[in-house]
Write a protein that binds this ligand. Structure first.
Ligand SMILES: [Zn+2]
Ligand SMILES: [Zn+2]
Length: 271
């Protein structure tokens, strides 16, 4: 890998295990050129995994401190992972990830990103047991991300399949399912150019392959999107989990390059 970077990193400021500085030191040990921090922004429907609004100032100050301290050694970026239902959108970030973890269901706004049993319960309680309705609602929300604000990166595009590697609740080859996902890709085209190959669920033992699926990677390719590889890191030991394999996967699918944030701008670099 010519330029090693991870732009999807969580720390003790939200639900990550490590301080940002511990993460930076691990990145240095693993020969990263750059690391970006992407706090879970504040969402009023969650009490545990997001940053409280009153800590945002402190988060920004800490990442800026590290940026100065490690200048010339490793490039550090201040980013944020917003949700469609985030509150407190504001300027001052060097890049933004747009993700969906909550859906507007018949029982109000509810978060779904969890284990298999809670996903099954979620579909039962909020979508009358119909996983295709769940998928439709998910991809429609993803497709609406650009209506909220400008995002640089589409976060974990098919994260609804986190607990579905054995197709326990969704047939991801089903034409209807693929249709919802493809419609979202077309809706995002020209609005958010970059998507991430996200390996986070591999390091946490939920999956053996990254998001998005191979079939959806092909759709991103034919529609001209550019990939970044990221580990959605919550534990420094997994900061480069499955990076080499993801680069190989992208090449197999037909991608010739990936993107990296270099000197504050996204550039295409070789895989
Ligand atoms: Zn996320
Ligand atoms: Zn994340």
């Amino acid at each position: 890998m010519v330029y090693k970077q991870n732009l999807h990193t969580h720390s003790v400021f939200c639900d990550g295990k490590d301080t940002p500085e511990e993460m930076v030191l691990k990145c240095l040990e693993r020969n990263f050129n750059s690391v970006g921090f992407s706090i879970h922004s504040f969402v009023p429907y969650s009490k545990t995994v997001v940053i409280p609004l009153e800590r945002i100032k402190q988060y920004k100050a800490e990442i800026r401190r590290l940026k100065e301290k490690y200048k010339g050694i490793i490039d550090i970026y201040l980013g944020i992972e917003y949700d469609f239902y985030s509150e407190g959108f504001e300027d001052g970030y060097e890049y933004t990830i747009g993700s969906v973890h909550y859906l507007n269901t018949k029982n109000g706004i509810q978060g779904f990103d969890n284990n298999l049993q809670s996903t099954l319960n979620y579909i039962d309680a909020h979508f009358d047991g119909d996983s295709l309705s769940f998928a439709k609602a998910y991809y429609e929300t993803v497709a609406s991300l650009p209506t909220i604000q400008k995002f640089d990166i589409i976060g974990h595009f098919d994260v609804l399949t986190k607990n579905n590697e054995l197709k326990r609740f969704l047939d991801t080859d089903d034409e209807k399912y693929l249709g919802f996902a493809k419609d979202a890709i077309l809706a995002l085209k020209g609005k958010i150019d970059i998507f991430e190959v996200n390996t986070g669920a591999i390091s946490r033992g939920y999956r053996t392959s990254p998001y998005p699926s191979k079939a959806l990677l092909k759709e991103f390719l034919v529609n001209g999107f550019k990939p970044v590889i990221s580990s959605d890191c919550h534990d420094k030991n997994f900061v480069d989990c499955y990076f080499d394999e993801s680069a190989k996967l992208l090449k197999e699918v037909g991608f010739k390059s990936q993107c990296a944030l270099i000197n504050g701008k996204f550039e295409e670099i070789s895989l």
